[in-house]
Design a protein around this ligand. Structure first.
Ligand SMILES: Nc1ncnc2c1ncn2[C@@H]1O[C@H](COP(=O)(O)OP(=O)(O)OP(=O)(O)O)[C@@H](O)[C@H]1O
Length: 579
């Protein structure tokens, strides 16, 4: 049977930590042997010290018990440390595998689920760690030693061992039932919790809009509904769990009562001493305790198993090509589209529909079209972020789908429409665009993006902290930094989605001139409606509902658009005119 990747990772983690688990098992062995000391102490107190005034025995027993308590404490502490180390290794292995997988998943897969559902997966790593290196593991290691206590009771009072033999299967059945019923309810609770977190995530991400539009009250019913559902499912799960735990506690008390009653009869028959009864009762509660905790803890195992299954499902998803980089020279930047088609869903119209033609090498090519005409989708296909449902994108004659992501990002610089910066300095954010860039490249890219002077005027210059997601900067500043980030690796192909979006007129002109001079030896595609950029373009491609509505030299297209040509809705006259 396929254990799955998480199974393998856990297997590896257990193998790597085999020595530690053995040490923990060894510690458990001693802890449980030492646990026998208390009943023996009681037996001696009642049957020897009390009955025979054995004060010397009492002194000896007290010294012995102090040693036992200290040794037990040291062992428990040691065992907890071992679990910490094992847990750390599991965290590192499984957490790293999850991070790597998420980084390798295709963009469409990542976009297919809310951001919060990816975030929540890291909590699943905690659940797996908790089950393999937490209190539940200590419980499992203690379980085999229950036999030790059973044998001790059997030796002291065989009829009392009979009572235990009857009660134990009931405990095991209860633990199993508790796990089974809690499992379904935990899944429902998790699903509701994920919905609530998705809403909180959206509200926090859009906090400025929420505030500006005063959406607090409008969003409240939705929030309250999701919050209520989370609480209700949590209460259902809690109720089920509580009822099993309560039955378990009742059974524990019932066991003590049954043992005491049977023990009392044995004392009356003079086949048992009071000390032996007290010792048996202590042994019985020590035996029953871990099994009774199983009733409450089974849910942790169940939760860990489900977490492992969810992690497994993600880890087994197909990632992007992880091949070694191919020995290709730096491309010249000729993009060839072979009837590329892409739909966001099987039943949806194509967002990009049979786009065909050649762009570049070199030149500044503007893509225009109405909102929703497919410009951003087209760029994501060119950047290799989406795979076409049909057709191919070739770069210098090579299908881009064969290249690993790292290689592609060096050749195709992409600046998305929604600019995202990361916490850190301006310098760190720009340098993210290249693995090898020097300080000279950093300044060169900033100058090209027209942001160098602006940075130089800041008190901390390139070391200025941009804040969470770059929120300490203005929209235009963020966009210019993102442009510098796309430019820094000097890729032969540049895809800039609305680079002039938040720019003022002056910045727009600077950008237009920079792109114009860069276009001599780079293939630059820009989606824009900025006259400054359109005026320096070599070609213009007009998209409409994912198709080419018009394409050709910039002057010609602008002329036709100016003459009242129906533009984006016009038929497709020159499919390869962007060449
Ligand atoms: N993640 C998505 N899931 C489903 N449909 C999508 C998704 N993203 C875009 N679309 C749809 O695909 C079509 C093309 O969208 P796209 O973002 O490429 O247009 P655009 O030309 O860049 O628009 P704009 O000028 O507004 O940025 C639109 O109809 C849009 O509704």
């Amino acid at each position: 049977m396929n254990r799955g990747l998480v199974g393998q990772l856990i297997g590896n983690a257990i193998r790597h930590n085999k020595a530690r688990y053995f040490e923990a098992l060894f510690a458990s062995l001693f802890i449980n042997f030492l646990a026998l000391a208390v009943p023996v102490f009681m037996l001696q107190i009642y049957d020897r010290v009390v009955f025979h005034h054995g004060l010397t025995t009492l002194q000896g027993l007290v010294v012995g018990m102090v040693c036992v308590i200290v040794f037990d404490g040291v062992l428990r502490l040691g065992r907890a440390r071992l679990f910490q180390k094992i847990g750390l290794n599991i965290d590192i292995d499984v957490g790293r595998a999850l991070y790597d997988k998420i980084m390798k998943l295709p963009l469409r897969v990542l976009e297919g689920k809310p951001a919060s559902s990816w975030q929540i997966l890291f909590r699943d790593v905690d659940a797996v760690r908790g089950a393999l290196a937490g209190p539940t593991t200590a419980l499992v290691l203690d379980l085999p030693f229950a036999i030790l206590f059973f044998l001790a009771i059997l030796w002291l009072a065989p009829p009392l061992a009979g009572v235990i033999a009857v009660v134990l299967p009931v405990f095991v059945l209860l633990a199993w039932r508790s796990g089974a019923s809690v499992s379904t309810l935990s899944e429902a609770e998790r699903a509701e919790n994920a919905k609530r977190e998705a809403l909180i995530g959206e509200i926090i991400a859009g906090r400025a809009t929420v505030k500006a539009l005063g959406l607090g009250e409008k969003l409240r019913p939705e929030w309250e509904m999701r919050h209520r559902n989370t609480i209700l499912t949590s209460m259902d799960r809690g109720r089920s769990s509580d009822s099993h735990v309560t039955v378990g506690q009742m059974l524990s008390i019932g066991t003590t009562v049954a043992i005491t009653c049977v023990g009392a009869l044995l004392i009356l028959e003079q086949s048992l001493t009071i000390g032996a009864l007290i010792a048996s009762n202590m042994l019985a509660s020590r035996l029953v305790a871990p099994i009774a905790s199983l009733v409450g803890q089974w849910k942790s195992f169940q939760a860990a198993r489900e977490a492992a299954q969810r992690l497994n499902a993600v880890l087994e998803m197909e990632g992007e090509r992880d091949a070694v980089e191919l020995p290709f020279d730096r491309p010249l930047g000729k993009l060839q589209l072979e009837e590329i088609t892409f739909r966001y869903g099987k039943d949806l119209d194509p967002a990009v529909d049979k786009l065909d033609g050649v762009i570049g090498p070199n030149g500044l090519h503007c893509i225009i079209g109405r909102n929703g005409s497919g410009k951003s989708t087209f760029f994501k296909l060119l950047a290799g972020l989406y795979r076409p449902d049909a057709g191919r994108v070739l770069l210098d004659g090579a299908d881009i789908s064969q290249f690993p992501r790292r290689q592609l990002t060096r050749w195709i610089g992409y600046m998305p429409q929604e600019v995202v910066l990361f916490s850190g300095t301006i310098r760190e954010n720009i340098l993210m665009g290249s693995d090898t860039a020097t300080d000279e490249d950093l300044i060169g890219a900033a100058k090209l993006a027209g942001v160098h002077e602006l940075i130089a005027q800041m008190p901390m210059g390139y070391e200025t902290d941009v804040g969470e997601a770059g929120h300490r900067l203005s929209g235009g500043q963020r966009r210019r930094l993102a442009a510098a980030r796309a430019l820094i690796g000097d890729p032969p192909v540049l895809l800039l989605d609305e680079p002039s979006g938040d720019l003022d007129g002056e910045a727009e002109k600077v950008l237009a001139q920079a792109l114009r001079s860069l276009a001599k030896d780079h293939t630059i595609l820009v989606t824009t409606h900025s006259p400054a950029l359109l005026s320096v373009a070599d070609t213009i491609l007009v998209l409409d509902r994912g198709r080419v509505a018009m394409a050709g030299g910039a002057r010609e297209v602008l002329g036709r658009l100016g003459q009242g040509d129906s533009g984006p809705t016009a038929p497709r006259p020159t499919p390869k005119a962007a060449e």
